[in-house]
Design a protein around this ligand. Structure first.
Ligand code: 5GP
Ligand code: ZN
Length: 112
């Protein structure tokens, strides 16, 4: 898939709307359109790479930024318990081929 027909590239460019949660120099975080848990945020590098293996090997600075933004989102939105997962390949459940990490949690931060 090229960047022209990539849904996450279109979200990054603003062509398609998304509910932005946070952003950094190399990545953005937005709510998943079909949340599987009370917290379900996607962490997406601005650079188009197909999966996390490609990103980690070719773009370590962007990879670090994705991990940092995911950690910030987890601290901001959850009580601490969460998953940060990268489906890699069709058989592993990947359906969008622009790398993204899922921050999911059953325990959203309780407002004080
Ligand atoms: P994957 O299955 O590739 O690991 O995850 C893709 C995720 O992207 C799914 O959880 C799906 O709900 C989400 N998704 C697909 N299209 C859109 C969209 O247009 N907007 C948003 N916010 N999420 C999307
Ligand atoms: Zn893309």
């Amino acid at each position: 898939m090229t960047t022209e027909n990539c849904i996450f590239c279109k979200i990054i460019s603003g062509e398609i709307p998304a509910k932005l949660v946070a952003e950094s120099e190399h990545a953005i975080a937005f709510n998943d359109i079909s949340p599987q848990q009370p917290v379900h945020v996607l962490i997406v590098p601005r650079v188009h790479k197909e999966n996390v293996t490609e990103l980690a090997l070719a773009n370590p600075v962007e990879m670090q930024d994705v991990m940092r933004l995911g950690a910030q989102v987890a601290q901001m939105l959850t009580e601490g318990s969460h998953r940060f997962t990268f489906n890699t390949g069709v058989e592993a459940g990947q359906s969008v081929f622009h790398v993204h990490g899922h921050i999911t949690s059953r325990t959203p931060k309780v407002a004080v």
